[in-house]
Design a protein around this ligand. Structure first.
Ligand code: APR
Length: 389
């Protein structure tokens, strides 16, 4: 088995296959230190923790992660806190930075005797429609090398080789929410004990805990403006303004150690299989970051795919592989729908729609927030979708 990409999807898959005695090799374009330090998501759903627990991969997140079950909405009308972790059957998130999870998964994979080649970029996938697919990759010294396998798992993200290998018949659904976020990593403790969602006429601002020393902030940003256009002082002043710090308490300021731009675009590949090539994680579907679903879906898909590969390779039962795409797509579209709902809840009208639609959009947003504040059944629905995958 050849696995492309050493993110959460590729490394969960690799660990599960090794545990079942299936030989595999992971090809990763970046360096080992890059994948272990790249700041990404950080909110793990209960289902994700259950999967990792079941396979002995959750020791780090139980030791260093923290349970989290509240979000706070801040609007012109005031603020309200939604203790989603205490509602219904949903459960809590674990806050554990994705790079720490990747470090744990890599450690387990190597302990289990797994093979991984860093600095090795998959270029093309060949003969995916047959039973002997292969991957052409570029070794660290630049030499091309061919990896042959019974199956190839494309866990190499949206710009990877797996997507490029799909034939024209595969549909690629794309949607642009029309919003850009400036993502910030601040060397500062969290400023509130909840995820903060601030809805403001000047645009959205978000606060998400990562560790006791590091906090993620987001600012809705004008598309096309570079991430370094504003000095730190101006960014903190804007965060204060949109999060209404004057009313609800100051933000803990600190050095901004990282800035990045995220266009809130999303896509779904359909189907997720082409012969012997299977897609999982961001390679299968990209989600806007508004509802923190990407890493959780990646782990769920890797678990489903591992089970299907194990059935096929150890018992000759291909039913799991045949049903893999449909099963995942049900979860993916559910996550896309909720992420789209969150995105519309949090943002001023998309660029270009500010004049004609802005009053209408703002009024709809206020009505949605009021319903969430006052309706218990709406809160239960939110909790179930926010935490679930
Ligand atoms: N060859 C080899 N490796 C590649 C190639 C290639 N051609 N292209 C990309 N990669 C590697 C990337 O360097 C990366 O390490 O594939 C890996 C994909 O990992 P992730 O981007 O973490 O994707 P995935 O495992 O699907 O996890 C999805 O990550 O970005 C977040 O929001 C996303 O949280 C979600 C999660």
């Amino acid at each position: 088995m050849v696995i492309l990409g050493a993110g959460p999807a590729g490394l969960v898959l690799g660990n599960l296959l090794l545990a079942a005695g299936i030989d595999c090799a992971v090809l990763e374009r970046a360096s080992s230190s890059h994948v272990q330090t790249r700041a990404r998501a950080g909110f793990l759903a209960p289902n994700t923790v259950r999967i990792l627990d079941r396979h002995g991969l959750a020791d780090g997140l139980h030791r260093y992660g923290r349970q989290h079950g509240a979000c706070e909405f801040r609007t012109r009308e005031g603020r309200f806190r939604l203790d989603y972790g205490a509602l219904g059957q949903s459960g809590m998130h674990h806050v554990y930075p994705q790079q720490n999870l990747v470090t744990d998964l890599l450690g387990h994979y190597l302990d289990r005797g797994g093979r991984i080649s860093f600095h090795t970029e998959a270029l093309t996938v060949h003969d995916a429609d047959g039973a002997r697919p292969s991957v052409m990759a570029r070794e660290p010294d630049g030499r091309p090398v061919r990896w042959a396998a019974r199956y190839v798992a494309g866990c190499d993200g949206r710009h990877g080789a797996a997507r490029r290998a799909l034939p024209p018949g595969v549909v690629h659904h794309r949607h642009d929410h029309g919003v850009t976020w400036l993502g910030l990593l601040a060397q500062a403790p969290p400023s509130l004990d909840a995820v903060g969602y601030a809805i403001h006429d000047r645009g959205f601002a978000g606060h998400m805990a990562r560790t006791p020393e590091v906090t993620r902030y987001y600012l809705q940003w004008q598309r096309g403006v570079p991430a370094d256009a504003w000095p730190e002082q101006q960014i903190w002043d804007e965060l204060d303004l949109r999060m209404r710090a004057a009313e609800h308490g100051p933000l803990h300021r600190g050095t901004l150690v990282e800035r990045g731009l995220f266009d809130l675009t999303c896509d779904v590949v359909e189907p997720l299989r082409h012969g012997s090539l299977f897609l999982a994680g961001d390679a299968a579907s990209l989600l806007a970051p508004a509802a923190a679903k990407g890493a959780n879906l990646a782990v769920l898909e890797a678990d489903l795919l591992a089970g299907a590969f194990i059935d096929a390779l150890t018992r000759g039962d291909a039913a799991g592989l045949d049903g893999y795409s449909d099963r995942c797509l049900t979860h993916i579209w559910r996550a896309q729908e909720f992420t789209g709902w969150m995105t519309r809840l949090l943002h001023a009208a998309p660029d270009g729609d500010r004049d004609a639609g802005s009053f209408f959009h703002a009024a709809l947003r206020r009505s949605r927030i009021a319903s969430l504040r006052t309706s218990r059944s709406h809160q239960d629905w939110f909790a179930e979708n926010y935490v679930g995958v």
